[in-house]
Structure formats: C-alpha cells, structure tokens
Ligand binder design. Sequence first.
Ligand code: FAD
Length: 295
Amino acid sequence: HAQPLYASLPGDIGISFEFFPPKTEKMAETLWDSVRTLEPLRPDFVSVTYGAGGSTRERTHAAVQRIVRETAIPAAAHLTCVDASREEVDAVARAYWDSGVRHIVALRGDASDPGGCYRPHPDGYANAAELIAGLLRIAPFEISVAAYPEKHPDSADERADLDNLKRKFDAGATRAITQFFFEPDCFFRFRDRAAAAGISREIVPGVMPVMSFASVQKMSGLCGTAIPAWMETLFDGLDARPAARQLVAATVAAELCRRLYAGDVRKFHFYTLNRAELSYAICHLLGRRPVGDTA
Ligand code: FAD
C-alpha cells in the first residue's frame, strides 16, 4: 500500500527559541507576543542575543529579566567578550546570577565593524573558552556555546575548529548550539566528526526559518553558511510576496527538521528573529502541541 501523504510525529523533542533584544516599544511588543505564543510549547529554554560590542547590554538584560519575572521558561542570556575587560564582563555575569539567571550562552563575538578582524580587548577574555572559565569562577552557570558545522571563518581547518569546540566543552560548557545550515547532511557529518574527535556532549542544530531570502544571503556570507543552489531557485521572486514566502519557508525548515529527526536528532534550537509563527508551525509539524491542547 502507498505511504500516507503525511506521517505524524510524536513531538518527543526538546526545543529552544532565540530572540534578539528589541530596540523600540513596538519591537518589544512583537517580541513579547512571540514569547507568549511560544511559551505553551514548553521550550527547555529561550535565549536573548547580545549585540555587537556589548551595544545591547541593557536591552539584553531587560529582555531576559522580563522573561524570568513573567514566564515559567528558563531564560539564557548571550554574553560576548567584545570590547570589554574581564571585570566588565564579570560584572554583567554577576548581575545575571544575582537576578536569577542561571544559563549563559558564552561567545567570543565579532569585531564591532562588520567584516572586520577580531581583536581581543587588552584586558579581556580572548575567546569563548576563556570566557567560560571566567564565568564558572563566578558561579555554577549552565553554559551553552556556539558550534560550526561548516567551520568558523577564522578557523584554519575543520580540525582546528573541532579542537576549539573541544576546549569549550573541556572548560565546562554543557551543550553546543550550531550556526544555521540548510542541508541535513551538513549537520550529520559534523556530528560524526565531533563524535570521532571524542566530543560526547549535546550538539543542538540551530534552525533558521527564512524570513527574507535577501537577509539570509547577507548573514550566510558573513558567517560562512553555504546556500544550496536549490534554495536560490526556490525563493526566487518571493521576497516581494511575504505570505507565499512564509509558506515556502515553513515547508523548507520543516523538511530540514523532519530529516534531522529521522537522523535521531531530538533537540532543536530555533532562530526566531522575534517572530513566533514560523517556529510555532515547524514545532507543530514535529508533533509538538501546547500544554492543555488535546487536539
Ligand atoms: P570561539 O569559540 O572563541 O572561536 C572563534 C574563533 O577563534 C574560531 O575560529 C576558533 O577556532 C578561534 N580560536 C579560539 N580560541 C583559539 C585559540 N586558543 N587558538 C587558536 N584559535 C582559536 N554573536 C554575538 O555578537 N552575539 C550573540 O548573541 C551571538 N549569539 C550566537 C549564538 C549562536 C548559537 C551562534 C552559533 C553564534 C552566535 N554569535 C553571536 C556569533 C559569534 O559571536 C561569532 O560566530 C564569533 O565570530 C565566534 O564566537 P565563538 O563563541 O564561536 O568564538
């Protein structure tokens, strides 16, 4: 007999959502609506990014605080080493711990001028591994770090990149969240390489639903993510048709997640760009239902 058109999944997954700190009242409202929409899906945690050069220090703090105060979702604050001394970074971390935040996404960050070469602050943490050691001297934070299935642009080769990830785990990270990617095999190959290098901690794929193909192209160029030729063809002409693009984007991201699920992935981290609906739809397709919903 023919396979059913759509085989439903049981939703036996862990999910997390990433947001960025809002700049305006209106953006804050959008963010908050999104948090409220996604909360009933019971994410393991949600995280709030940290802008280049600490430019969003207060806004990141405020957004994380609000999540801690007003929701039951564990909140993680991203923190980078850019343009800050160790004392300054430590003070931010202490303030998080004192206000109840127990999870930090620890990152090196990038040079403040886009595309510029990274230079550590003379009195700062040189990289994410050093930052992790510093954070753990302050308090027993849960720590997530970044991983790069297609290699970080600053790494000489894949080996050096994996050695760096290993250093971050050895320094005390609990899990790695990957840079976004578009081919499932890209993640599977990376997972295999990491296992072969002796890494046994969790590596969670970061899933980026396409909100605008033009901006995905720009971001991919900066972070070294390959855009497959089929994606260019698929999104061609859709930037001016947001509703159609959303449907296509949800289909592509859901297909990616279903293939990852078929390859035994059970944790997913969504780059929401502060919009709930795409991430919500993909979680729904993976079988995730809000608390209390018996449908
Ligand atoms: P690291 O792990 O420190 O590595 C950076 C590079 O330096 C690597 O190439 C590594 O091999 C090399 N390196 C490090 N240590 C050594 C050493 N001892 N010897 C030789 N080479 C070394 N950016 C933000 O600004 N704010 C955010 O909130 C943010 N959130 C992110 C979340 C996720 C899930 C991801 C994947 C990325 C995020 N980024 C964020 C981007 C990140 O800051 C950049 O990718 C940055 O360029 C690298 O940060 P890292 O923590 O991976 O650096």
